[in-house]
Design a protein around this ligand. Structure first.
Ligand code: IMP
Ligand code: MG
Length: 177
């Protein structure tokens, strides 16, 4: 058994992949006239979504990554997100599309958006695999979300419980014992 606590499957691999195909169509259309586009994946949760997504894109783009720690799940203290690893590419004058696994309070993304805007980038847009709209603490909307989800704790397809279960090919509810 992989892990105790894995509950019902919320999205199967097929449902997720169908959602990603639609997301890719949205990107291909929305950014078709963009000269310089940089997709920025927020590690580590973005990995499966990002990997699948970029193989379906037919427009010119660069990819880059950030590691941002929000101390979630490890500490009750509400802390400012911290940039552990910044992007390497120069985004000045380029349009940026942030690729996230899930948005909950929106605090991490608000911080990341501000950080990228300070680098004199062009448009800063957001695409997310999952969107917990009920959890918002700041005003922040994704430009595209594949799935809007209820306020449950989820694992799989990049999402972790204590750094494990990111490798599940589906998204399931998780209830710690
Ligand atoms: P926010 O700053 O509250 O929007 O937090 C977003 C981050 O919290 C995501 O990028 C995930 O890393 C993590 N997160 C939020 N909800 C879940 C969940 O249900 N499972 C696993 N990680 C989650
Ligand atoms: Mg994340």
């Amino acid at each position: 058994m992989l892990h105790k606590g894995i509950g019902r499957i919320i999205y199967s691999q097929q449902q997720i992949e169908d959602g990603i195909v639609k997301a890719a169509q949205w990107i291909n259309e929305t950014f078709k006239d963009t000269k310089n586009l940089v997709l920025i994946g927020i590690l580590k949760g973005c990995i499966p979504f990002f990997g699948k997504l970029i193989t379906l894109l037919t427009i010119p783009l660069e990819i880059d990554f950030m590691v941002v720690s929000s101390f979630k799940g490890t500490n009750k203290r509400v802390s400012e997100p911290v940039i552990v690893t910044d992007i390497l590419n120069d985004v000045a004058g380029k349009d940026v599309l942030i690729v996230e696994d899930i948005i909950d309070s929106g605090l991490s993304l608000a911080f990341i958006k501000k950080h990228l805007e300070e680098k004199n980038s062009g448009r800063v847009c957001v695409i997310t695999l999952l969107d917990k709209t009920e959890g918002r603490k700041v005003e922040l909307e994704a430009d595209y979300s594949c799935f809007k989800v209820d306020n449950l704790f989820l694992v799989g397809y990049g999402l972790d419980y204590q750094e494990k279960l990111r490798n599940l090919p589906y998204i399931a509810e998780f209830k710690p014992e």
